[in-house]
Ligand binder design. Structure first.
Ligand code: PHE
Length: 472
């Protein structure tokens, strides 16, 4: 059916689950909880939420609207609106391509941990070979064959879902996975906050700590961290929401949908912090972020901390949750790439075979991800020492191209295009298409966001990324 007619979401709820699924990902789990605690607790939370409202929400609305106005995925959407800006669409496809290449390697490790905890439930030592958390993680990532195998498995799952189509694959999966994720998250939270000593973890994430904000440079550093986290977490700046918006019916309300996605993503990030940090502190472990938190510290929580069958059960549930979060994001990344080729074929009057296209693109991304898997997540390897960008491992390199440069630039230029060239009215007209428009006062708010706040916010992120990657 999708061959000659453009795909559409089956329902608004399905669209919301897919969009929230894209937003809720590894970023919410291994990024937000630690950044929240390390950058001022409640003070960080406030800054984060303000940024979501003044930068994230406008960008979300802008992207969804661009998709729906044109009814096309990123590249062709920009081409229709302003031919000279087509490169923004290509930048988005490239960003999605590189993010997925490393995201899938991590998704593979998540599958391995999920399976291992399942095995541990039945027989101690069956899953993690009797190794401790740090030892096992080191063993796993230095074993290229295993990493590549699980990377392939994760990618295969992603491809299969995208092959199923927009409503038959992506929407169907997300409609099941997202509610399941929330239920598991609540179960894990109950366990975590009822552990003796959990209070220290809650204090870590909630107690306002103005220390990191006390100097001007400190303040800017917190602002950069919050802004960077916010826009990656909301899947902005790379055409994902344009693509998802392009499958949305004109009768759905873009404004309430954008608000819902932003609230849901922030809520899940906060819930993840409440699920993770109390347990980390209850067992006297050091809080952290990134792969170290996800695969070492939390492994320790479930094995040495909780221990036994219950520990393995919660370990399994937790990694299942992370798996759902990762897959619902990875399919949106593949969809951005695949939809470009699907739309291209259709616009040229050819039959577009979604299955073939997603299979080929997915396979190419898999190959591009292999060095990340061989590289031990950048943990020091031949590759790292041989290539010219030896400062980073492949994962950092791909991350730099996508999250570091293409995404913030993409979001900044998108809002410049809307605010200065096309004018904000194009958005308010599109919002009005579903019946309810933007009231006059609110219009001023969005106009200021598109013209000034979003571009400045994104340049701040870009500057922060350059600093973080040691480029300046
Ligand atoms: N938002 C996802 C996360 O938090 C990552 C992502 C970025 C997914 C861009 C799709 C597009 O992990």
């Amino acid at each position: 059916m999708e061959n000659n007619q453009r795909a559409q979401w089956g329902s608004n709820f399905g669209f919301l689950m897919a969009a929230v699924g894209s937003a809720v990902g590894l970023g919410n789990i291994w990024g937000f909880p630690y950044k929240l605690g390390a950058n001022g607790g409640f003070a960080f939370l406030l800054i984060y939420l303000i940024l979501v409202v003044v930068v994230g929400l406008a960008t979300m609305l802008g992207e969804l609207a661009i998709g729906r106005i044109t009814g096309k995925s990123a590249v062709f959407a920009y081409r229709d609106l302003a031919k000279k800006w087509t490169f923004l669409g290509y930048a988005g496809v490239a960003a999605g391509f590189f993010i997925l290449a490393f995201y899938s390697v991590i998704g593979g490790i998540v599958i391995r941990y999920m399976v291992s905890f399942l095995l541990e439930m039945f027989k101690s030592g069956a899953g993690f070979l009797g190794m401790g958390s740090g030892e096992y993680f080191g063993y796993f990532i230095s074993n290229a064959g295993g990493s590549i195998f699980f990377h392939a498995l994760f990618m295969a799952i992603t491809i299969l879902i995208v092959m199923g189509g927009v409503s038959g694959g992506i929407e169907k999966f997300c409609k099941f996975a997202m509610p399941a994720l929330v239920v598991i998250l609540l179960i894990v939270i109950i366990r975590s906050i009822t552990l003796p000593g959990a209070g220290a973890g809650l204090a870590y994430i909630f107690k306002p700590n103005l220390e990191p904000l006390s100097t001007l440079s400190g303040f800017f550093s917190v602002l950069r961290t919050a802004a960077g986290q916010m826009f990656f977490s909301l899947s902005l700046g790379m055409g994902c929401m344009i693509t998802y918006g392009s499958y949305l019916s004109k009768k759905e309300n873009l404004m309430t949908n954008s608000i819902f996605i932003c609230i849901a993503d922030s809520t899940v990030a906060l819930l993840a912090a409440i699920a993770i940090m109390p347990a980390v502190f209850a067992f006297g472990l050091e809080p952290g972020g990134g792969p170290g938190l996800l695969f070492v510290t939390l492994h320790e929580v479930f094995t040495s901390g909780m221990g036994g069958f219950v520990g393995s059960l919660f370990g399994f549930l937790f990694y299942l949750l992370v798996f759902f979060a990762a897959v619902t994001s990875s399919i949106s990344l593949l969809e951005v790439c695949a939809s470009f080729f699907i739309d291209k074929q259709q616009l040229e009057g050819k039959k577009a075979d979604r299955k073939v296209i997603s299979g080929i693109i997915g396979a190419i991304i898999f190959v591009v991800g292999i060095p990340v898997a061989m590289d031990g997540l950048g943990g020091g390897s031949i590759i790292k020492e041989t290539f010219w960008f030896n400062k980073w491992g492949f994962i950092d390199f791909y991350d730099l191209i996508s999250e570091g440069i293409l995404m913030p630039l993409g979001a900044a230029l998108m809002s410049v295009l809307i605010g200065w060239k096309l004018k904000t009215k194009i958005i308010s007209d599109e919002v009005a298409a579903s019946g309810k428009g933007i009231k006059l006062k609110a219009y001023k708010f969005w106009d200021i966001c598109f013209r000034f706040v979003v571009p400045i916010g994104m340049l701040l992120v870009l500057w922060g990324q350059f600093l973080d990657f040691g480029l300046i």
